[in-house]
Design a protein around this ligand. Structure first.
Ligand code: ADP
Ligand code: ASP
Ligand code: MG
Length: 406
């Protein structure tokens, strides 16, 4: 007997038929004698609709009320999944975040999980009951509903798996594993049978939606055995593992892209100590993450500072910067959301030079201009105009030899 967590993403619970299909997969594990916790996302498109409604009411909304609205999708699927299991003769009940409770910090809209109390769920296990948990949601320090950021049900699943000391955490989605790049954009993308936690973390944080970044971080810290697989086929999925479990190492294992980027140029700020702190301090205080940053050399004591934020934070970032204009003193703000970030990732980069050079040359050969660059030990990222996304991904995929099985 094993204890396992199964998570079903939005497309896997997109309608009643698919929920039934997912329930059958849960039943198989129950019939095999396992204790099962199921984490569900909202039906595909449901969360987008909820977000859109909050925007229509107020673009700069109260994040606490935003969470009340957008957490609603998972409540529906948790109930429907529990009902579907009951129809199959499986003892099951639904759990909302506050009922577990799954405690988070108070950063509404992108809360972090602090503790998961599994006592009640484990009592249910002892009676042969499946726990169906609404993903993406928790309860904050003030007793209000919080959500974990888009794609957050993955993190609910991994947190639950860690707290329950589960043997496995299976993430069922609409692709049958993690690929060298998004298979919906590059037809030649190859499925990886294994990927390291570290590479998966970079892939996720650089935009490969297939797993939410925090879920990978948590899986890495708690050594959760994470598997990504399809809810529609029985093909073997991708295992996320330690580096020493991978024999064949490529220099570049994957390429990620993120359209969730926006660039802001703060024009003609003074080139003096304290200016960066005056700009980035208030953004951080408003929980706006800044990613890539470039500052040009000044000629007349004035300089342009360019950086990127999440696209959904753009309006708020501009509002925050405008409010500190008297302190910072800049000429103008230039927001631009017509950008995409492309990143090449691989642990092999630690020991191989020339990966960045190849990236820049490949993009140059296609006439694609690079706007901002950033690097880490196992990643090189560039910001380019959004219209070149597909072209850049395909060209880089070929250039790094990823078009054929490795
Ligand atoms: P779910 O609703 O199941 O959570 P998501 O839409 O969040 O599913 O994530 C799955 C999607 O991630 C796939 O449909 C695919 O388009 C996208 N994706 C992006 N990069 C990759 C990658 N490297 N490997 C697999 N899928 C990827
Ligand atoms: N429903 C949420 C979203 O669409 C959470 C998730 O699916 O993981 O972002
Ligand atoms: Mg997802």
């Amino acid at each position: 007997m094993a204890r396992i967590v199964q998570k079903f993403g939005g497309t896997s619970v997109a309608d009643i038929e698919r929920i039934r299909n997912a329930a059958c997969r849960v039943k198989q594990e129950v019939d095999a004698g396992n204790e099962v916790a199921v984490v569900v996302s909202a039906m595909a498109g449901a969360t987008n609709q909820l977000v859109e409604w909050t925007r229509q009411v107020n673009r700069l909304h109260d994040a606490r009320e935003y969470d009340v609205v957008v957490a609603a999708g998972e409540q529906v699927t948790a109930g429907l999944m529990a009902l579907s299991l009951q129809v199959l003769g499986v003892n099951a009940r639904s759990w909302l975040g506050w009922q577990i409770p799954l405690r988070t910090d108070g950063v509404h809209g992108k809360a972090r999980i602090e503790a998961v109390d599994t006592a009640a769920i484990e009592l249910g296990f002892a009676e042969g009951q499946v726990a169906v948990v609404a993903g993406f949601q928790g309860i904050g320090p003030c007793g209000r509903i919080t959500t974990l950021g888009r794609g957050g049900s993955d993190t609910s699943a991994v947190a639950l798996a860690a707290a329950l000391k589960a043997e496995r955490c299976d993430i069922f989605t609409d692709v049958d594993g993690v690929y060298t790049t998004d298979p919906r954009i590059v037809a030649k993308a190859q499925k990886l049978s294994r990927i390291t936690y570290e590479e998966m973390l970079e892939m996720a944080s650089q935009g490969a939606r297939v797993l939410q970044t925090r879920s990978v971080e948590m899986a890495m810290n708690h050594r959760v055995r994470l598997q990504v697989l399809s809810s529609f086929t029985d093909a073997p999925g991708t295992l996320v593992v330690d580096e020493d479990e991978i024999v064949e190492k490529r220099i570049v294992s994957g390429i990620a892209y993120s359209r969730d980027e926006a660039k802001i140029t703060v024009q003609r700020v003074s080139d003096r100590p304290g200016v960066a702190a005056a700009i980035f301090g208030p953004l951080a205080d408003n929980a706006i993450n800044v990613d890539m940053i470039v500052q040009n050399v000044s000629e007349d004591g004035k300089t342009d500072l360019t950086f990127t934020v999440g696209r959904s934070d753009l309006d708020r970032a501009v509002a925050v910067l405008e409010s500190c204009r008297p302190v910072v003193g800049f000429y103008a703000l230039k927001p631009d959301s017509n950008v995409v970030k492309i990143s090449v990732i691989g642990v092999g980069m630690r020991s191989h030079a020339g990966v960045a050079k190849q990236m820049f040359q490949t993009l140059a050969d296609k006439g694609i201009n690079i706007q901002v660059i950033s690097t880490s030990e196992i990643k090189v990222s560039v910001l380019i105009a959004a219209e070149y996304t597909e072209l850049a991904l395909r060209a880089l995929h070929t250039a790094y030899g990823l078009d054929s099985p490795g």
